[in-house]
Design a binder for this molecule. Sequence first.
Ligand SMILES: Nc1ncnc2c1ncn2[C@@H]1O[C@H](COP(=O)(O)OP(=O)(O)OP(=O)(O)O)[C@@H](O)[C@H]1O
Ligand SMILES: [Mg+2]
Length: 548
Amino acid sequence: MPTFATVLQNLRRAARLSQEELAERARLSVETISALERGARRAPYRTTVQLLADGLALPASARQLLASAAASAARRGARRAHLDEPAAALPAAPPDDVASPPAGAFGRQTENLPQQRTSFIGREDVLVDVGALVRSQRLVTLVGPGGAGKTRTSLQIATEMLEAFADGVWFIELAELTNGDDVPAAVAHVLGIELSPAGALDTLVRSLRPKHALLIFDNCEHVVASAATVVAALLSGCPGVRVLATTRQTLGVAGESTYPLPALPFPVGVDALSTAEASSFAAVALFADRAAAADFGFALAEENALTIAEICRRLDGNPLAIELAAACMKFLSPQQLAERLDQRFLVLTRGNRDVSARHQTLRALIDWSYDLLDERERGLLRRLGVFAGSFTVQSAIAVGSSAQLAASDVLDVLASLIEKSLVLAESGNGERRYRLLESTRAYAEEKLAASGERDAVFSRHRRHLRDLFAGARQGVSRIAGRTEVRRLLTTESENVRSALNRPVLDDDVEVNRELLAALGAAWTRQPGIRARVWATIGRRKSRRPRVR
Ligand SMILES: Nc1ncnc2c1ncn2[C@@H]1O[C@H](COP(=O)(O)OP(=O)(O)OP(=O)(O)O)[C@@H](O)[C@H]1O
Ligand SMILES: [Mg+2]
């Protein structure tokens, strides 16, 4: 850990302030600042640290750096009994789920992994696979949407690897950084390396060159370019260093092994579940564990197992969403919660107070990704919210292009939404299809409504389906046409159903009629569908066709 004097001096110089200017801004005397920077006064008062941080207009990460340097100065001072104030008056130690700095650069401490206060559930295969990857590759990236469990899983892997790295396993939390330029300082801070403001990355690489260590770069997505630069430099310059990164967006550097973290498994397509069967699925087990913690009276039982499985399915097996749902067991039954999941952003709002703001509500979880998008990506994501189920690249172009996004650019923007874990590319032998997770889709649709584009996009979706099915009917023969329509219906039935369930705008009455004509009898023969679609022809905007 660099001394408080060095940290203060570096931060002041980075802010391009003289001692006098800082003194004025922080409402402290020049002598105090001079004494602190010379090390003549080692452990400042907590209020002094706050005034300095305010005077320097520090972001959260740098504030923490300054406070940690002050705390460690106080600890050192206490040992020497040279304190200029009692240790109790100094900044409190970071909470135990925040990485605290080691005593010195690769001193006796060999890890800084935050203690977990809840149980880790499932993921046995993932731990084996990623563990093997980390042993064989120098850069492994755990990638997935918000709340998928990337950080938690990386910590589990790191814990299992403590013995494997002579110079330790280090958790570098990037989530709080507001500026990518701070990535080298964040790494240096955790490892207790003193950086000179110029050539910070070189100093880091030089210090780490002889080390054999695993570094976990946690939550890289919002500083992805800088994290990639630092990781690439470490991989090139430090042969014994390995990196396990967690991120919603891959780093995109040579040698990266990407591991997409799957959803927690949940049961599907069952109409009965014993308690034992249900709890063998990690998503249900997680819900049951967190619900029992929230409400002492809660128990997974045969009566609620199917409902809980359904909740987990609708939440895409996402651990954070499941934890937020389980917290609702304090005031809702599983059945009541399931009935309210259409309003998921209003219900899943009660995350623990001691977690980061982006994990306190489902909306904040997705806001974090949405806020990192550029305008074209945001626009496309909103419009993709119109698709129920999966869609093709042609459909994305037809519905997703706009005045701001040319049809020829849709594929490129779609690719970046995939890289940012907001759209899933489903694997398949033939044509690739794409899909939004249910929570992302609900979020996109909400944003679409707020943008005022919803009616226009619904209309384009309906027209696109009409064109698709009408085109399929134009086969070489009537039989070939019908076969093609039936084939299309196997992949597009959810889109058709949702289009037909929406109110028909006045301008779309004819389009709807044509869509129904193109679908023909094949539609009414879809399993589970009793369409009264013909009755809707010509109906007004306010009337909804009823399709079950
Ligand atoms: N396998 C698991 N067992 C128990 N809890 C889990 C598991 N995976 C994730 N969780 C919990 O789910 C929540 C979200 O996990 P985590 O923070 O790892 O998500 P993340 O993918 O890193 O999200 P973000 O992209 O926002 O950083 C946390 O409270 C975590 O403890
Ligand atoms: Mg994370």
